[in-house]
Design a protein. Structure first.
Length: 317
């Protein structure tokens, strides 16, 4: 895991630095467009201040060394430590991601099971149709539709996680309840595509398992249907879903970037997008590394869950 993270950090930093120019170049252009003259001495001082006068490999080694000591560098755009910016947005990102994950699996698995057990029924066709629509509709478009609908019908905009009076207020029970009131829309929007995918996978794998010989034999021997389903076919059918947790966990965070911007959600995805647009290398690199940690951690969790769910999966010497 450490080797993968180190390789990801290296590749991410290099890719972020590949486009021509840097944050300082854009900053100087903005100053000149606003009518401020910037001398060469001032440019040299700014390059030294931001560490942009160093070669690429030295900037990377400095960033990596400082990061190992808990210092992720300083954001050029925000002029604040990167660690502070990530810590500010990380709790809300985790909350939204956690609720989205619960929504994805809590809705997708039961519906997939129902569709497989009632194949070719009216509800099966309805769920399949909705699943295709969910996969085909971009999350940000669904967010725009819901925002328009809520504002047109109820006179309320679902954007943001807090009402205006709680935006800068200290945390309290009232602020937490206000956040819970705003959570359903972003959770549904972010989780729609993932839920549709889980429904399709669960339905397909369970249908395949129900036709296997061990299920037919168990039924012939009089095993109770509920016990038969949950002890064998359903347990095996969850394997492909559990194995994708490593992809779903970071996808919920990073894949909802445009949705977060549309809904004005203070998440790390929107922060990463702004950092990439302004070539804020330390902030962008740290955010990408955070997503990489989620990917590696999610893969590890999925491996452990597979080991627990399926006794056939064991390490062999």
């Amino acid at each position: 895991m450490l080797v993968v993270l180190l390789a990801t950090a290296t590749v991410s930093f290099v890719l972020i630095e590949l486009p021509p120019g840097d944050y300082l170049t854009s900053y100087i252009v903005q100053l000149r467009e606003s009518g401020n003259n910037v001398s060469k001495a001032e440019i040299a001082a700014l390059e030294k201040q931001y560490g942009l006068n160093l070669p690429l490999y030295r900037r990377y080694l400095k960033w990596l060394g400082d990061m190992l000591r808990g210092d992720f560098g300083r954001s050029f755009e925000w002029n604040r430590p990167v660690g502070e910016l990530l810590v500010e947005r990380l709790p809300l990102t985790i909350i939204i991601s956690s609720f989205s994950m619960v929504f994805i699996y809590g809705v997708g698995v039961p519906i997939g099971m129902y569709s497989a057990l009632h194949q070719y029924s009216v509800r099966d066709y309805a769920f399949t149709f909705l699943g295709v629509i969910g996969l085909a509709t971009p999350n940000f478009l669904l967010a725009l539709i819901l925002m328009f609908g809520f504002y047109s019908w109820f006179g309320w905009s679902p954007g943001g996680l807090f009402s205006p009076e709680y935006e800068v207020a200290a945390w309290s029970i009232a602020k937490f309840l206000d956040m819970l009131k705003h959570l359903p829309v972003p959770v549904i929007v972010i989780g729609t595509a993932g839920t549709a995918g889980v429904i399709r996978v669960m339905r397909g794998v369970l249908l395949d398992e129900l036709t296997k010989q061990y299920v037919i034999t168990a039924r012939a021997k009089g095993v109770v249907e509920r016990k038969l389903l949950f002890k064998y076919p359903v347990r095996v059918s969850i394997n492909p879903i559990v194995s994708t947790i490593g992809w779903v966990l970071p996808a919920v965070v990073s894949g909802s970037t445009i949705t977060a911007i549309v809904l004005s959600l203070p998440t790390t995805g929107a922060l990463l997008f702004g950092a990439l647009m302004s070539q804020d290398s330390y902030l962008a690199g740290s955010a990408v590394l955070f997503l990489s940690v989620l990917t590696v951690l999610g893969t590890f969790i999925s491996d452990m869950l597979l080991l627990w769910l399926d006794p056939r999966i064991r390490y062999e010497k």
